[in-house]
Design a protein around this ligand. Structure first.
Ligand SMILES: Cc1ncc(COP(=O)(O)O)c(C=O)c1O
Length: 328
């Protein structure tokens, strides 16, 4: 295969940063494996025997790195979305979602106790579409807004600031819970790959952020490298939501915890992302996206929709306290 074909393949695969081919990641990973007292397995579900100090250490690293109130690891982005949407929104709440959100959100909602009539899509990336939906809802219950920061099918950024402004017009902050899926921006956008909401300095405004590692971070996808065996994600959220998920989310409770091998792989990948090489590879992927579609240079850092100054000054986002949720 020519180099050009390989590049085109990478562009359309997961493994955006080609980390699965990185020799420095490979050697860091192998060295970390050698030095780690625990390497294989995890011995059980997080709720039983599967939570070790290594799991907590990686979650603390992500909590600090992504500037979040707490972090919870999942076996995949799919599991994280299904866990959240099937468990957290309660009867009487509203879930308003972009019509193009990922299938995992839909699967979570299908299992949720929120009435079908209270789960409403709005036109893709359209603040006026969101307005039309918000006009229909009553003044009771938490309003969950589910969006992605960057959509993969069309390669377009969400107009996050405009969507949040519309949400503010119709729903008071104490009833809002904004959930943003950063699957396609993790590791690529924002400082050292912290994502688009971090680049916008809006991480405090998003109650919940999903960062997945099966794409840019090389924990799965792409080539037949050892890291393709792994596939993980972290949900960044308030502590109450974290505890709630640990105790009620079925995909979390009834699944074996992430293995130590995966934890070591993720530490290694983030060691790289937080290095000069990491800056280079994420810049490369943005440049390459522009080369692939020069007539449509929508994926540059400058193209991310920015918030207005007034919007920035008023942010303070979090989900309503979990005590408001009825578990009946
Ligand atoms: C927007 C979005 N969310 C979640 C997921 C699921 O992530 P994972 O592949 O880690 O299960 C994907 C995967 O395609 C995705 O594109």
């Amino acid at each position: 295969m020519s180099g050009g074909i390989v590049k085109a393949n990478k562009q359309s695969s997961n493994d955006y940063l080609s980390l699965t081919d990185s020799s420095s990641l490979r050697s860091t990973f192998l060295r970390n494996l050698e030095q780690s007292p625990r390497v294989l397995g995890s011995t059980g579900s997080r709720l039983l025997s599967g939570s070790t100090p290594d799991h907590s250490a990686l979650e603390t690293r992500f909590q600090d790195f992504f500037d979040a109130p707490s972090a919870l690891l999942f076996n995949s982005g799919w599991d994280a979305n299904v866990s959240f949407f099937s468990t957290v929104p309660q009867p009487g709440d509203w879930v308003i979602y972009d019509e193009l959100v990922h299938a995992s959100v839909h699967s979570g909602l299908r299992a949720s106790r929120v009435d079908n009539k209270r789960r409403i899509p709005f036109r893709h990336n359209d603040p006026e579409g969101l307005r039309e939906v918000l006009k229909q809802i009553d003044g009771k219950g938490t309003v969950f807004l589910s969006v992605e920061s960057l959509y993969s099918m069309d390669g377009d950024f969400a107009p996050l600031p405009a969507l949040l402004d519309v949400l503010d017009e119709y729903v008071t902050r104490d009833r809002q819970c904004v959930v943003v899926d950063e699957a396609h921006s993790t590791g690529v956008y924002g400082e050292q790959g912290r994502g688009i909401t971090h680049a916008l300095d809006e991480q405090g405004r998003m109650a919940v952020r999903l960062m997945t590692f099966g794409k840019a971070v090389g924990s799965s996808g792409g080539t037949s490298h050892i890291l393709t065996l792994l596939m993980k994600a972290v949900l960044l959220c308030p502590l109450t939501i974290r505890s709630f998920l640990i105790n009620f989310a079925r995909p979390f409770i009834f699944s074996t915890a992430i293995s130590h091998t995966s934890l070591i792989a993720l530490h290694s990948a983030f060691d790289l992302l937080q290095s000069q090489e990491g800056d280079q590879v994420s810049q490369n992927v943005v440049n390459r996206a522009d080369n692939v579609a020069p007539h449509r240079p929508v994926l540059t850092h400058q193209a991310i929709p920015r918030p207005s100054r007034s919007h920035r000054q008023t942010h303070s986002g979090s989900c309503p306290p979990i005590s408001q949720y009825s578990l009946g």
